[in-house]
Ligand binder design. Structure first.
Ligand code: GDP
Ligand code: MG
Length: 207
């Protein structure tokens, strides 16, 4: 969970989705501003960090990456423990990667076991919108948005790690959403009634 170290808030972000959808590429584009055509399967789980400012707060995003094929093997509780936000990624050109979102969503909730699954922040990224000039696309925006609406209004971004489309915007939203959730928890632990803490998060990202 979020920790404040010397006025810097550490937020743990978990990225999940089928193998090959572009999880590692999105992180590389965001953190290192680099893209590679080469596919190197992620081994086990690993994280990168990125520092940014949100509303004058210094935030460090600790972004955890994993290999999709490891879904049903245990990544260990440590991988999921204390997550502040879960980023789900699918490939708009691969139906199966979209159909699997329910499994990823469920798997995360099962493993991370957040105190309130209904308000835990997720974000969905539909990646590779650049591919073949958009001609090989099989999952339309509406379908993705409908899925998000069915899950407590998860914010949705269409991205390209290759062309650097919406990557900064998406991760900025991720940081903001995670931070908002962390603040709500702070408020909650100080004992202010639930009504106050639950209003802001619904309806997607305010950024
Ligand atoms: P991961 O298994 O989810 O981590 O997927 P990777 O990031 O390793 O990407 C899998 C393959 O898709 C690699 O060959 C990437 O170069 C490619 N790729 C990733 N993102 C994009 C994208 O936005 N557009 C295109 N055209 N290819 C991408
Ligand atoms: Mg990877």
């Amino acid at each position: 969970a979020a920790m404040s170290l010397q006025n810097r808030t550490l937020l743990k972000v978990i990225v999940l989705g089928d193998s090959g959808v572009g999880k590692t590429s999105l992180m590389n584009q965001y953190v290192h501003m680099k893209f590679s055509q080469q596919y190197k399967a992620t081994i086990g789980a690993d994280f990168v960090t990125k520092e940014l400012q949100i509303d004058e707060r210094n935030v460090t995003l600790q972004i955890w990456d994993t290999a999709g094929q490891e879904r049903f093997q245990s990544l260990g509780v440590a991988f999921y423990r204390g997550a502040d936000c879960c980023v789900l990624v699918y490939d708009v050109n691969v139906t199966k990667s979209f159909d699997n979102l329910d499994n990823w969503h469920e798997e995360f909730l099962k493993q991370a076991n957040p105190s309130d699954p209904r308000t835990f922040p997720f974000i969905l990224l539909g990646n590779k919108i650049d591919l073949d000039g958009g001609n090989s696309r099989v999952v339309c925006e509406k379908k993705a948005k409908d899925w998000c609406a069915s899950k407590e209004n998860i914010p949705y971004f269409e991205t390209s790690a290759k062309e650097d489309i919406n990557v900064d915007e998406a991760f900025h939203c991720i940081a903001k959403t995670a931070l908002a959730n962390e603040r709500e928890q702070d408020i909650y632990f100080q004992g202010i009634p639930d009504v106050v803490t639950q209003t802001e998060q619904k309806g997607g990202c305010a950024c």
